[in-house]
Design a protein around this ligand. Structure first.
Ligand SMILES: O=C(O)CCC(=O)C(=O)O
Ligand SMILES: [Fe+2]
Length: 238
């Protein structure tokens, strides 16, 4: 019998693929430790404020480009003015492998080069309303990785925030990729299920989601800017 792990691949909508259990425990642990560092410096994780003045319940820290509703900048003017940490090569490579796992398309995934990652932390009460990831100027796929507590992920259509949509349970280690016809579809997280995570990955509670994207914005930032900092502050993930 082959020991090869062949992941299950579920097409949720045209261009949207869920790969349950894509990351093993060791990979999840590595990502959690990295997120903990990123959550501390050079730009601390925070709840972004919408133009309406409403603060998001989710807390976010960004790599490569800093996102605030609804634009990307290199420096975090709405936080502490610092330049965000670079996106490390290993994460770019993980993103490329994620697109390959989801699409099976070697030729297309070979050129996938995300230049930003948003790291979201959800406590038991946090949620994210239906929205489109539309601040990017190109239609390259979004790669989403889930860690910690499970959640209800709602993946809808490109026209309205409402139905039709599909509800998917995203668990720790799951991959979700949306591109092609699904790239600008509405999606959101109506609910996190507290206490469903595995403490072995290094998180005692809450959910972390990492989305990698290609902004299509110009301006070179060398990767790995913050990766060699021995004194990186520990972030506030639990
Ligand atoms: O937390 C998730 O699974 C989705 C996050 C998301 O949609 C976003 O950051 O834009
Ligand atoms: Fe999103």
């Amino acid at each position: 019998m082959s020991a090869l792990f062949v992941p299950d691949r579920r097409e949720v909508a045209d261009g949207a693929v869920h790969v349950p259990g894509w990351l093993d425990i060791e990979q999840q642990r590595t990502l959690v430790a990295a997120c903990r560092d990123w959550a501390g410096s050079p730009v601390p994780m925070r709840s972004a404020t919408m133009p309406s003045g409403h603060r998001m319940s989710v807390q976010t820290v960004c790599l490569g480009w800093h996102w605030q509703p609804y634009r990307y900048t290199r420096t975090a003017e709405d936080v502490n003015g610092a330049q965000v940490a670079g996106l490390p090569h290993w994460l770019v490579e993980l993103g490329r492998r994620a697109v390959l796992a989801a699409t099976g398309d070697e030729a297309n995934s070979a050129g996938y080069r995300p230049d930003t990652a948003l790291i979201n932390f959800y406590d038991a009460a946090a949620k994210m309303g239906m929205h489109r990831d539309a601040d990017e100027q190109v239609d390259e796929p979004v790669v989403s990785l889930s860690l910690g507590d499970s959640c209800l992920f709602r993946f809808g259509n490109s026209e309205t925030r409402g139905r039709p949509y599909t509800d998917v349970a995203l668990e720790s280690g799951d991959l979700f990729v949306f591109g092609g016809a699904a790239r600008f579809a509405y999606h959101g997280v109506p609910k996190v299920y507290p206490g469903t995570g595995n403490p072995d990955i290094g998180m005692s509670n809450g959910r972390v989601n990492i989305t990698m994207r290609v902004t299509g914005l110009s301006g070179h930032q060398s990767p790995d800017l913050s990766q060699d900092q021995a004194d990186t502050e520990r972030g506030k993930l639990p």
